[in-house]
Write a protein that binds this ligand. Structure first.
Ligand SMILES: [Zn+2]
Length: 276
């Protein structure tokens, strides 16, 4: 739930006077979130929300409502700052966000998703230092796996663009997205195909939905209908990512399964090296 953080980080000099993108973002916490929480309550789902620290401070009632229903809130930067554009300054942003979680949510987040998925080694090291249990920004497998670094390990709950609602539904000139918006069923159709393939493989399906995009009436109506139908007709466990991390712990402890492992860093430096 990025709310209006996106415009403030993109245009800090005059974002306060850009009323259309502020209002588009505010639709997320104020209109879509109550709708989404209502669906999850009626269908008995617990889910993971990633929310920038500034949004927790700005919309604390929304954070409270999410936690009250038993959902999880993960770390998603402070003002949706891109870890690549803020490389070298991530400690300050990261720890300021942890402070916001402690103050508003009363607890440390268990997981992290990088704004725009732009995770860096700097952030991985901060996660390990602060006892964050999993990341959800990388794309190296179909199902959750483990990341090993010299400093420690994390679980990775992999994402990918095929199950993210940004490409079909975002239209946001101020941050460089000018793609035509798809109709609700057309935009969602690819997600359900992704689900079917994961289901056939006994796998893991994570839909990444921004409340201000997919929480709008026509789209959400279809998502809710899909969840209800899937609960009735398929053998699926809907869970938070923290619960999935618990599940991974148990499977390993009981000797049933071990995750595949990606070791970081992938490369020690620029792959072309010093070309001077
Ligand atoms: Zn985001």
């Amino acid at each position: 739930m990025d709310a209006d953080s996106l415009i403030h980080i993109a245009k800090p000099e005059d974002s306060h006077d850009r009323l259309y993108p502020i209002s588009m973002g505010r639709y997320g916490p104020l209109v879509a979130l109550p709708r989404i929480l209502d669906t999850y309550r009626r269908l008995g789902l617990k889910q993971s929300f990633f929310i920038p620290g500034w949004c927790l401070e700005t919309y604390p009632d929304v954070a409270e409502a999410i936690l009250k229903d038993g959902h999880e809130i993960g770390h998603h930067g402070y003002l949706h700052e891109d870890p690549i554009k803020t490389r070298g300054e991530q400690r300050e942003w990261f720890e300021r966000t942890l402070d916001a979680h402690l103050r508003i949510c009363g607890q440390k987040p268990r997981g992290y998703r990088a704004p725009v998925y732009n995770i860096t080694h700097e952030v991985v090291d901060l996660m390990i230092e602060h006892g964050i249990r999993y990341d959800s920004s990388m794309m190296a497998d179909d199902i959750p796996y483990r990341l090993d670094t010299e400093g420690g390990s994390l679980y990775e709950m992999p994402v990918h663009w095929g199950t993210d609602d940004w490409p079909p539904f975002a239209h946001y000139d101020e941050i460089g997205y000018m793609m035509p918006v798809r109709g609700p069923s057309q935009g969602l159709a690819g997600f359900w195909e992704e689900f079917e393939a994961q289901y056939d493989a006994g796998g893991f399906f994570m839909l990444i939905i921004h409340p201000f995009l997919t929480g709008r009436l026509a789209r959400w109506k279809q998502v809710e209908a899909w969840i209800a139908k899937t609960q009735e007709t398929k053998d699926v466990w809907f869970a938070t990512l923290d619960e999935i991390a618990d599940h991974m712990d148990h499977l390993q402890k009981d000797g049933i399964w071990t995750p595949s492992v990606e070791r970081l860093p992938y490369y020690d430096g620029p792959i072309l090296g010093d070309t001077t």
